[in-house]
Design a protein around this ligand. Structure first.
Ligand code: SF4
Ligand code: SF4
Length: 118
């Protein structure tokens, strides 16, 4: 797989995950707090990270986009969890790096993935 194809696949998976989270709203943000024990989370982001801006995440990190904390599994539908699992499976079959690295830019993940794949 070359860089262009990997980038297209990455964007597709990221877009699908984005749609899934928008449809199910599993984190149920109220203000800056998510449903998880009311822990403060900023602009839809789970971590404190240099890529976080006042408008939210400034990079397209697939690992972050497809992350959902296990503590809240009982609060979401099986449909959401199954689809999320499928997306993560699909991504990991292309490159485990794309999922394993959080707080990372898309560009870094693509080049890192390619350096391992070839
Ligand atoms: S994944 Fe969990 S901790 Fe992160 S924002 Fe969603 S509910 Fe909160
Ligand atoms: S890369 Fe991940 S941790 Fe960093 S701002 Fe984006 S979603 Fe949050």
């Amino acid at each position: 797989m070359n860089l262009k194809k990997l980038s297209i696949e990455y964007d597709r998976l990221y877009g699908e995950a984005d749609k899934l989270f928008k449809k199910h709203n599993p984190c149920q943000f109220k203000g800056n707090k998510c449903v998880y024990k009311g822990a403060p989370r900023t602009n839809g982001c789970c971590g404190s990270c240099r890529h976080l801006t006042p408008k939210g995440c400034s990079v397209k990190c697939l690992g972050c986009k497809t992350f959902f904390c296990e503590g809240n599994y009982c609060k979401v539908s099986n449909g959401f969890l199954n689809r999320l699992h499928d997306l993560r499976e699909e991504a990991s079959q292309i490159s485990t790096v794309m999922l394993g690295c959080y707080q990372s830019k898309k560009e870094f993940l693509l080049y890192y993935s390619l350096s391992i794949l070839f």
